[in-house]
Write a protein that binds this ligand. Structure first.
Ligand code: 1HN
Length: 348
């Protein structure tokens, strides 16, 4: 071996150092990471046990008011990317608490949000001039740039899961936010108006879409639970998904938000789903039932109100001990629009 050949590593380091001064770097040192053979994001599988987090959330209620905090939320951070306020690469999750008599003042932002109610009844979110009263299992949207505020006039704490596309909007550097400067926006329509207008398989004849989101803001659990029950009585159970329905914009059939897809599934007691993987990392909230989800080599036991996350492209399977209902959300719709989404249904 000639001395010049054996010194190649040193020559390369020297070369890298010289081009570094000009903000340039060698692709060949990072190519495998930039273009992996298959997804290997930093986000990992994880579960947040509601019983462990609830006391901390209530403790935060004594430390700061909803008004002072704007939103009193404990962010669920993926252990693989702590400090980044993300549960997956593109999505945010948090547990929000509203105490009796509190308001979370009105604002709007480019980021789209969904709320999935975990505990307590009777608080409300107002969106675009209409209130939606919260009950456990309800899914409520606050689409991009819609004014929204929350209020509670009931005598129990109300807690919900917030799902937002914050990391995605951050990545694209296209975030804006405005405060209304008032606790609550003025109400322009009675509660139930949007559901009657747009959610009844009927549309006002002169309906024109405003934005890319569903004009229905509230998807009550009573309705979705009834649908799951009805389908489970007649349909064959899908071996990978159980009885699974997606939340849609009823005027188009598209996902409820342009950046977030959501669905809800019933896993009949005793069901062990087959192995499944997809490129959309997925956040699950348990509504009813007990069981476990095997994610890669790990197993996560869950019960009502627990939250867990399945990373992109990691095979997973659910096992329901009793009839279980799981809500979930992901960026599937974004990947589909970009022609990037893939899934694989295992046979095991
Ligand atoms: C937000 O507007 C809410 O309106 C909750 O309840 C969580 C996290 C980051 C940015 C905006 C809400 C949020 C948020």
């Amino acid at each position: 071996m000639s001395s010049s050949t054996s010194n190649v590593p040193g020559q390369r380091e020297d070369f890298y150092a010289r081009i570094d001064a000009y903000n340039a770097a060698p692709l060949w040192e990072v190519l495998d990471d930039l273009v992996p053979a298959q997804p290997r994001g930093r986000c990992i599988a994880a579960l947040w046990r509601y019983a462990q987090l609830r006391p901390f959330l209530l403790e935060s209620g004594a430390l700061i008011s909803a008004r002072e905090a704007q939103r009193r939320v404990l962010v669920l951070e993926n252990p693989g990317c702590r400090g980044e306020a993300r549960i997956t690469s593109s999505l945010y999750a948090g547990l929000q608490l509203l105490l009796p008599g509190e308001v979370a003042p009105s604002h709007r932002h480019s980021q789209s949000a969904l709320r999935f109610v975990l505990e307590g009844s009777g608080a409300f979110t107002a969106v675009d001039g209409e209130r939606a009263t919260m009950h456990p299992g309800d899914m409520i949207l606050t689409p991009s740039w819609t004014w929204h505020d929350h209020g509670s006039e009931v005598d129990e704490p109300v807690i919900w899961l917030d799902g937002l596309d914050i990391p995605l909007v951050q990545f694209l550097d296209c975030g804006f936010c405005e405060q209304l400067g008032e606790d609550a926006q003025s109400l322009t329509r009675p509660e139930g108006d949007a559901y009657a207008r747009y959610g009844s398989n009927l549309l006002p004849v002169n309906y024109q879409a405003r934005g890319l989101h569903s004009p229905v803001f509230s998807y009550p659990y009573a309705r979705s639970r009834e649908v799951l029950e009805t389908l489970s009585r007649t349909d064959a159970i899908d071996p990978h998904h159980g009885v699974c329905v997606k939340y849609i914009n009823p005027t188009t059939g598209a996902s409820v938000l342009p950046t977030i897809s959501c669905d809800i599934r019933l896993l009949p007691g005793g069901l062990h789903t087959r192995s499944y993987r997809a490129t959309d990392a997925r956040v699950f909230a348990v509504v009813e039932g007990h069981g476990r989800t095997r994610i890669g080599e790990q197993s996560f036991e869950w019960g009502p109100r627990d939250i867990f996350v399945v990373p992109s492209w990691v095979p997973h399977r659910h096992e329901a001990d009793s009839d279980a209902v799981l809500f979930s959300y992901s960026d599937k719709v974004v990947q589909e629009k970009l022609g990037l989404w893939r899934e694989h249904c295992g046979t095991d």
